[in-house]
Design a protein around this ligand. Structure first.
Ligand code: ADP
Ligand code: MG
Length: 240
């Protein structure tokens, strides 16, 4: 579980996404390098989810390019994404992971070992046989992380994974993100929780109206924002 050198950095150049007359991403140029999580922040509608979908390959840019490390074929990059409201299959927690392993092409003989490892990584060992839809919100998010990790991704994309979770559930997710990043998986995540961006961020990308406003190391971004918009956003003022 780590990002091969060949997959990073992810170099986004002039990524533009339109929906009809609306420009959702407006020429995003951003390099996402190896290291601690890259955290996307910004007001609702800034384009964070759309950018994650583009990186995942779920949305096709109208203009611009993405280059992954020194690969010529992005399809080979092992990516996984966890959405804000993951949909659980109507079966046990373990069976949800088994399904993901099958979809990722992991041989059936390895499933039992992989399921045990993944459940342990996300702290759900005791809930393996529990129907997934009966898990709490935080547990479902942890299961969603385990399912995503079943693909053995080199890049893990997380969209507002802790939105609507309480502090204890949020901490459990943050601990998993730290563990996964510590194994060398590149995490790219969006959050509306600035404390979380500070706690987890290697670097922070502030987006507004489909553009990158400011990018920098997390500590520097929060202590010495370079733009008025970043200063205002950190201060809790509304960016409109
Ligand atoms: N398929 C779509 N058609 C029209 N507008 C869209 C579509 N998808 C997203 N948008 C709009 O694009 C903007 C950016 O959306 P999004 O990427 O979800 O931002 P964020 O995740 O930062 O809140 C929002 O104003 C949203 O309403
Ligand atoms: Mg979003």
């Amino acid at each position: 579980m780590r990002a091969p050198d060949t997959d990073l950095p992810i170099v986004l150049s002039g990524i533009t996404v339109k929906a009809g007359a609306v420009t959702i991403l407006d020429g995003v140029t951003q390099t996402i390098a190896a290291g601690a999580p890259t955290v996307l922040i910004g007001p609702n509608g800034a384009g964070k989810t759309t950018l994650l979908r583009v990186v995942m390959g779920l949305a096709k840019p109208d203009a611009g390019s993405i280059v992954w490390g020194n690969r010529d074929d992005a399809a080979k990059v092992r990516r996984a994404i966890v959405f804000q409201r993951p949909v659980m299959l109507r079966r046990s927690a373990a069976a949800n992971i088994a399904y993901a392993l099958g979809a990722a092409g992991v041989p059936r003989a390895q499933h039992e070992t992989c399921i045990a490892e993944l459940l342990s990584l996300v702290g759900l060992d005791a809930l393996a046989t529990r129907p997934a839809r009966k898990l709490s919100g935080g547990e479902q998010q942890r299961l969603a992380l385990a399912r995503a990790l079943a693909r053995d991704p080199s890049v893990l994309l997380l969209d507002e994974t802790t939105a609507s979770l309480d502090p204890a559930a949020t901490k459990a997710i943050e601990d998993i993100i730290r563990a996964v990043a510590g194994r060398g998986v590149k995490v790219v995540m969006s959050t509306h929780d600035l404390g979380q961006a500070r706690r987890l961020g290697g670097d922070v990308v502030l987006m507004h109206r489909g553009r990158v406003i400011e990018h920098g190391p997390a500590a520097q971004f929060f202590a010495q924002p370079k733009t008025e918009q970043a200063r205002a956003f950190i201060a809790g003022e509304l960016l409109v």
